[in-house]
Write a protein that binds this ligand. Structure first.
Ligand code: IPE
Ligand code: IPE
Ligand code: MG
Length: 231
């Protein structure tokens, strides 16, 4: 068995369909998704993963209905008001990536407070991607490099991305049956191992997460090289 991934990311997809199947409003799916998100991230940290990056809202998702966005924003408010203490108690650090200026101001303030209050966290980092878009992030990083008037290397460019401070992405999980990246961590995923689950996110259990970790540990990450001879 190989090593555990240091950095796991999850595209938490399928909340809406989870709700529709139960004849519930989409917001009920998001609410169930948030509950699952909290427990799932704790499971990954408990297993020894250092960084967990969760796709909570894409920049493109901001064009959903006012009703759905209001429900999502209400959940973010609940999360950031109620869960920061829990992260702190678990010695975890909270980070948020994405175009936060597109969010309501009170949520921006809550995010700032959450980051500040957990900045000493040493057991792991929870990175929430909110109003995030990978292409937008790449373009922003390019413009920063242009402004600095410096040619970039692969290393210096990675550092300009909003994930620049974290270890390389090892495992990228997507729930909800779709097999696409939907503008998440495009550059970072170059050599990440991909894992797709047909489960809708609220149904993606700790046992499912364990299966993804175990599957990852059987993978042979060659990075373009030829497999080393065994024995
Ligand atoms: C993912 O679930 C959560 C967000 C995008 C906010 P969806 O809302 O995309 O759920 P489905 O894909 O419609 O089932
Ligand atoms: C990706 O899911 C975004 C999140 C899970 C937060 P979407 O549901 O928005 O992706 P598409 O539209 O199916 O590509
Ligand atoms: Mg979806």
């Amino acid at each position: 068995m190989g090593e555990l991934p240091r950095h796991v990311a999850v595209i938490m997809d399928g909340n809406g369909r989870w709700a529709q199947r139960r004849l519930l409003p989409r917001s009920a799916g998001h609410s169930a998704g948030l509950k699952r998100m909290i427990a799932l991230s704790e499971y990954f940290f408990h297993r020894g993963v250092e960084v967990v990056t969760l796709y909570a809202l894409s920049q493109e998702n901001l064009s959903r209905s006012q009703e759905e966005l209001a429900a999502l924003f209400a959940l973010f408010r609940t999360y950031f008001s109620g869960n920061v203490e829990r992260l702190k108690k678990n010695d975890l650090r909270l980070e948020v990536i994405g175009e936060l200026s597109l969010l309501p101001e009170d949520i921006q303030t809550l995010i700032g407070e959450g980051r500040e209050r957990t900045k000493e966290g040493k057991k792991g980092t929870l990175v929430l991607a909110i109003a995030y878009g990978a292409r937008q992030d790449v373009v922003r990083a390019v413009n920063e490099a242009v402004k600095a008037g410096k040619e970039v290397t692969m290393e210096s460019f990675s550092a300009l991305l909003s994930t620049g401070a974290y270890p390389p992405l090892d495992l990228l999980i997507r729930t909800g049956r779709e097999k696409r990246l939907s503008n998440f961590l495009l550059y970072e995923a170059a050599y990440a191992e991909l894992y797709f689950s047909d489960k809708m996110f609220p149904d993606f259990s700790d046992a499912d997460a364990e299966r993804a970790l175990e599957d990852y540990m059987t993978r042979d990450r060659r990075y373009g090289k030829v497999k080393a001879e065994e024995g």
